[in-house]
Structure formats: C-alpha cells, structure tokens
Design a protein around this ligand. Structure first.
Ligand code: AMP
Ligand code: FE
Ligand code: FE
Ligand code: ZN
Length: 271
C-alpha cells in the first residue's frame, strides 16, 4: 500500500482538477493521497469527495511558502481543518499578497517591453492561488517564451528582471499556525535548500516531520534525511510534488511512500 503526500491541483499551480488528480492517482495504484496546494486548501472539498468515491484515503493539507533567515522554505501542513476561521483568515491574506504580486510582476514585464496584462495571467488562474507558473504560462501563450521553463530562466526566477519578493510568514509562525489548527508541520523537500542548518531551529519550534522521499531527492539524499529524521525523532513523509502537466510528464506516483509512515502520522495527530 502506497501514499503520495505532495500533490497540487488547479486550485494553485497544478494543471489537474482534483477529480483528474485522483483518477491519475488510482491509475498508478495509490491508496492514500494528500492535497498540498500552495497557500490554499480550497481544493480539499472536491478532492475529499473524489477520493471517497473510489475508496482512496484522503489527507487534507497545504504547502505554505514561508521564510527563515531571509530564505524561502516550504512547510507542509497535514490533517488541517480547512474551515478553521484562524486558518481561513491567514490564507485569505496570502491570496491577496499573491494577487498583488501578479500585478507587480506584470508591470516589470511591461517595463521590459512585453505587452502583457494582469488579465492575461488571471485568465489562466482557475482558482484563488495565483503564482509565477501562471505568469509563465501567459508568456508562453503570448509567444514571448517557448516554454514555462524558459519563462522562469529568463524572467521569473529570483534575480531575473520580473522577479518580485513575496511577503511570507516565518517558518516558526507557520509551524505555530499549523499546530493551532490541529495539524502536523513538515519541512518540504529539504534536499532542495542545501541548508540543513535550518532544521534544528525548526525542530525546536515544534516541527513534526521531514519530507525524506521526494522526486528530486537522490537515493543518498533520502538516506541522509532518514538519518536526520531519526536523530531528531521526526515523522517521515514523502511525495511527488506533481503539478499535473506543468513540468512535463505528471509526477504523481513517482514517489511511493509506504503507508506505514502514514499510520505513524495518524497516531501523532491523535495525540
Ligand atoms: P510562486 O509561488 O509564485 O513563487 O511560484 C513558485 C512555483 O513555481 C513553485 O511552486 C513551482 O511549482 C514553480 N516553478 C519553479 N521553478 C519552475 C520552473 N523552472 N518551471 C516551472 N515551474 C517552476
Ligand atoms: Fe508549485
Ligand atoms: Fe515546494
Ligand atoms: Zn509543492
């Protein structure tokens, strides 16, 4: 029995609807799926229904973009109640930040000679969590870039002409918020940061788990983070970070987390 605990839909920057995502998940033999859209849980209602229909166990989640010591990190929250008013207010704030940033980045592109309007981007945004991939897709649609990857390389990546910082909560605040609403806080894809020194202070702040199994983690990276999990007594999680067809082939199922790890998560939530 396998789980994929890191998935995106068109409620943030994935291309699949929740129903399509569940269909793909079933096809690759997943028995447990968690939805972790960026800064939104709005897709969880439909995802829960779709999972229930085909007997897949569903875990509601969210991937928070946060900052720690001036750098961006992603913290995954699991088993969160999406209707919690404290959480809803916080997430709404981040939707506004994301929308304002779209306007700012579009302005930067205009300054660089591209005729693009916020509407061109918002046409591509299905729901409330707009981000750089939507701008990239608009640039491709308008013929300014050949691919999403090129749009990031030339314009959208940190340090490139259209990049703008995004106001974020701190990692410690995110862990606190996740706990306040009864969830588990997990550091996402630690291998992508090349900064393991961020882990001990987050553990001190109450971090519950670490995403050891991840598409872009090598076998040695996974082993390394499994050791760190043991050292700090952290839960072990894993997922593909599937964004539908945004990054070529759908990644769902490319990471298969044995369900035993999920059982441990569940007993930690119940405590
Ligand atoms: P944002 O949240 O607006 O800062 O956008 C970050 C998102 O962009 C990440 O979650 C990735 O899904 C996506 N992303 C980052 N780099 C690339 C890339 N080279 N090609 C496609 N998507 C990317
Ligand atoms: Fe993303
Ligand atoms: Fe991430
Ligand atoms: Zn993700």
């Amino acid at each position: 029995m396998y789980a994929d605990l890191h998935l995106h839909t068109n409620f943030s920057d994935g291309t699949f609807t929740p129903e399509e995502l569940v269909e793909h998940g079933q096809r690759v033999g997943l028995e447990i799926m968690a939805l972790t859209d960026h800064d939104t849980m709005d897709g969880c209602t439909r995802m829960a229904v779709a999972c229930k229909k085909c007997g897949v166990e569903f875990i509601p989640g969210c991937e928070f973009s946060v900052e720690h010591d001036g750098n961006e990190l992603h913290i995954l929250g699991y088993y969160i109640d999406q209707n919690n008013p404290i959480l809803c207010a916080e997430l709404k704030k981040y939707q506004r930040v994301r929308l304002n940033r779209i306007h700012e980045m579009v302005e930067k592109l205009n300054e660089n000679g591209m005729k693009i309007a916020s509407e061109d981007v918002m046409k591509i945004v299905d729901f409330g969590s707009p981000g750089r991939p939507h701008i990239g897709r608009a640039l491709v649609a308008l013929g300014y870039c050949q691919s999403l990857d090129e749009s990031f390389r030339k314009w959208l990546k940190k340090g490139k002409p259209a990049w703008m910082p995004k106001m974020k909560m701190t990692a410690v605040d995110a862990i606190e918020l996740i706990h306040e609403v009864g969830g588990l806080a997990v550091i996402a894809h630690p291998g992508l940061y090349h900064r393991d020194e961020v882990i001990p202070p987050l553990v001190k702040a109450g971090l519950d788990g670490i995403e050891c199994f991840y598409t872009r983690h090598s076998t040695s990276m996974t082993e390394h983070y499994l050791m760190i999990a043991e050292e700090y007594d952290l839960l072990v999680t894993g997922g593909s970070d599937c964004h539908g067809r945004n990054k070529g082939r759908p990644l769902i199922g490319s990471v298969k987390l044995p369900c035993d790890y999920v059982i441990k998560m569940k007993s930690a939530v119940a405590v």
